[in-house]
Design a protein. Structure first.
Ligand code: A2P
Length: 270
């Protein structure tokens, strides 16, 4: 049986580039998805949309994976949204965490899914599947997003209806939030589709871009590099296929040191 190290024993084994933080909240959505929050070290700074390596000590060795930070940079805690992979080196243990347990977090966040990597535009599309919604959970709670864009569209596609709940709850909370709610009013829209359950809008986001259903439903013109900006996060295949569609429509990929019309990230963990 694997032993997950906790408490004092763990603190002594920690290298200087790692924080040890306590779990403050855990919420399970389905047998594949859960969300958790940890304490935030006072010195930890990040830009909304970035990821960080988080891990657990298992059998005396740390196991880390890259996780997008799902909370906004102003939040007092750090939130993550995770998949549970049966037998996954990290997630088979991570899915069992409880309040008070210790999570390891490397000190240096990084990532390309940040506002700085996009040139100014009118409409921001955040295309996500599965846990790929995590970085966007941060970005849609960041006031800068609403300062930079008139129209903020989060698309979230999952296999099953129950997997949409995290994003739906989040958008509902934002609308009720005294600060962000006002900024997001009339700007933030959530577009959901499902691929393996009955749902009003069925299909992969790639198909809905290609057949125009996405734009029809939103009541907006098709993608236009002059005004539209994009961020993509999902499985490797989803990122690849969505990126091709954006490029075919004239958008170019940007980076931190070379902002352009869209950026991509990967959010898969094992
Ligand atoms: P599908 O059910 O047709 O595979 P996953 O949990 O496997 O990451 O999938 C999350 C969602 O992403 C599912 O709705 C899945 O659709 C969809 N998906 C998987 N591969 C792609 C792809 N290459 N392009 C667009 N969507 C995809």
């Amino acid at each position: 049986m694997n032993v997950v190290m906790k408490g004092e024993e763990l603190m002594e084994a920690l290298p200087a580039n790692v924080f040890a933080e306590k779990v403050t909240e855990v919420q399970h959505y389905t047998d594949r998805l859960f969300r958790f929050r940890i304490t935030r070290p006072a010195s930890f700074r990040f830009r909304s949309g970035e990821f960080v390596m988080i891990g657990l000590m298992v059998d005396g060795k740390p196991i880390y994976r890259a996780y997008s930070i799902a909370s906004p940079s102003w939040d007092e805690e750090i939130e993550f949204f995770s998949i549970k992979v049966p037998g996954g080196p990290l997630t088979q243990h991570l899915q069992k965490i409880e309040i008070g347990d210790v999570i390891l977090m490397k000190k240096k966040p990084t990532g390309t899914l940040v506002n700085d990597a996009l040139i100014p535009g009118k409409r921001l599309y955040m295309f996500s599947t599965g846990t790929g919604i995590a970085p966007f959970a941060s970005i849609i709670r960041d006031p800068e997003t609403y300062e930079k864009f008139e129209d903020v569209i989060l698309t979230h596609t999952c296999r099953e209806v129950s997997e949409l709940k995290y994003g739906q709850d989040l958008v509902a909370q934002i609308k009720d939030d005294p600060l962000i709610g006002e900024m997001a009013e009339g700007k933030l829209r959530l577009f959901n589709s499902v691929t393996r359950d009955d749902f009003p809008i069925k299909g992969r986001i790639t198909d809905l871009i290609e057949n125009g259903k996405l734009f029809e439903e939103l009541g907006v013109p098709p993608l236009d590099p002059a005004v539209d900006r994009g961020m993509i996060c999902g499985s490797m295949e989803m990122i690849r296929d969505t990126k091709i569609l954006l490029e075919e429509r004239g958008l170019t990929e940007g980076a931190n040191n070379r902002p352009a019309e869209f950026v991509v990230e990967r959010a898969f963990v094992g």
